[in-house]
Design a binder for this molecule. Structure first.
Ligand code: PMP
Length: 428
């Protein structure tokens, strides 16, 4: 495929935007080459500025679970836009989407909408600190909760892709309140909790990690965290920015049958517009301003266009349980197809999958935490990525990301993807 115009646009972009991108993971720095500039997208496909058609496995990093430019979502946004795009005043639609979200997700009574997953996680941690009157938090190496200061300690996703999991600019004072644990290692968490008795406000976790590739939790791990939190008066925060409205209607809480104290959302909840949210039982949420002392705000929070997209998306997901079953079946089909090809070509790999989150780690043995994910062969990944791009298949340009499956993918698309992997595998 030819990517001439994308490369030319990238040259121009770099003159006025740092690295030519408004979010680092979009750059191809980890895999080499120039990023693809998108012209438009529909369903399961991206159409780039050079006229190439690509099967999309990123889907805006998760939100487009029903495919790009879903007619109902587009219509809702266009209709709203005609009536004004922002008021900074309450609107009925905010209550409507809040009611729907609360009805779909277990263990939450109230929800507040913000503009990104970063904001949701940042606000959730502030709320946990305000509620418990404690300062320290526990996060897991390789998990990413947005780019707020407290989280840029051994962070996953772009932070690790670009070699700055501990970002300059985060003060020592902030960093010392973030304690690091190993994913899937309950004993490690227990030791940290016991060494900091009475000081930990919350444990924040991606219930299925997606920012060091996909890493599902071991059986009993999340249950163990729940018990530990109960014993020590710590709040458990599920960062469901990726898993929310994806693993099930009620996200990971429903999927695993485990209650979190605070849940954060992003991606799917906004239907492709900038939306994040955090939610909890009433007693916790009532600590937020204007009811309580924990301050949190936003000029564009609950923006009508964003709420219209989000409400339409959640309504579609709420109406049809089969969507989640289909997503699971399609991803399992892809999983089987990829495994069969890579095994036949004797390429060392591990595929991790839970529901419609999947990733291929070019690693020997199980990938269960950041260490085992980081030990994978990045040279093979780079060849795999560029090989697939040549075949018209677009996956995330970093091994530390999950693939996001959309319901818009047909079995023909999945077969074409498996066939593309066959072509690429011959050259690996
Ligand atoms: N939490 C998780 C689990 C994420 O995957 C992300 C983004 N990939 C975020 C938080 C941050 O969300 P945003 O990029 O919308 O700020």
């Amino acid at each position: 495929m030819i990517y001439k115009r994308s490369s030319a646009l990238f040259v121009e972009a770099q003159k006025v935007i740092p690295g030519g991108v408004n979010s680092p993971v979009r750059a191809f720095k980890a895999v080499g080459g120039d990023p693809i500039f998108v012209k438009e997208a529909k369903g399961a496909y991206l159409y780039d500025e050079d006229g190439n058609k690509l099967i999309d496995y990123i889907n805006s990093w998760g939100p487009m679970i029903l495919g790009h430019a879903h007619p109902a979502v587009v219509e809702a946004v266009v209709e709203k836009a005609r009536k004004g795009t922002s008021f900074g005043m309450p609107t009925e639609i905010e209550t409507k989407i809040a009611e729907l979200a609360v009805s779909m997700v277990p263990n939450i009574d109230k929800i507040r909408f913000v503009n990104s997953g970063t904001e949701a996680c940042m606000s959730a941690v502030r709320l946990a600190r305000g509620y418990t009157k404690r300062d320290k938090i526990i996060k897991f190496a390789g998990c990413y909760h947005g780019h707020s200061d407290s989280f840029l300690i051994q962070a996953g996703s772009g932070a690790v892709t670009f070699g700055s999991p501990n970002s300059p600019g985060v003060t020592e004072g902030t960093a010392k309140d973030t304690l690091l644990a190993r994913y899937n290692d309950l004993e490690n968490v227990r030791q940290i909790v016991e060494a900091n008795e009475g000081e930990i406000a919350c444990i924040i976790i991606e219930p299925v990690a997606g920012n060091m590739g996909c890493i599902p939790p071991h059986t009993g791990f999340l249950e163990g965290l729940r018990t530990l939190c109960d014993t020590h008066g710590i709040l458990l925060i599920f960062d469901e920015v990726m898993t929310g409205f994806r693993l099930a209607k009620g996200g990971a809480q429903e999927r695993f049958g485990i209650a979190a104290d605070i849940v954060t959302f992003g991606k799917v909840i906004g239907g492709g517009l900038p939306v994040g949210a955090f939610a909890a039982r009433e007693e916790i949420m009532n600590h937020l301003a204007p009811l309580g002392p924990v301050y949190q705000a936003g000029t564009l929070s609950g923006n009508p266009l964003a709420m219209a997209a989000g409400l339409t998306m959640l309504t579609l997901l709420d109406q049809e349980q089969e969507i989640f079953d289909r997503l699971e079946e399609k991803t399992a089909y892809l999983h089987k197809g990829i495994a069969e090809v890579l095994e036949r070509h004797q390429i060392i790999h591990t595929i991790n999958r839970l529901g419609s989150m999947i990733s291929v780690h070019f690693a020997e043995g199980k990938v269960v935490d950041f260490e085992t994910a980081a030990a994978a062969n990045n040279d093979t990944f780079k060849k795999f990525f560029h090989g697939l791009l040549e075949e018209g298949v677009y996956i995330a340009p970093s091994a530390f990301e999950t693939w996001f499956i959309t319901d818009a993918l047909s079995y023909e698309d999945l077969d074409a993807t498996i066939q593309a992997i066959e072509v690429v595998a011959q050259k690996l």
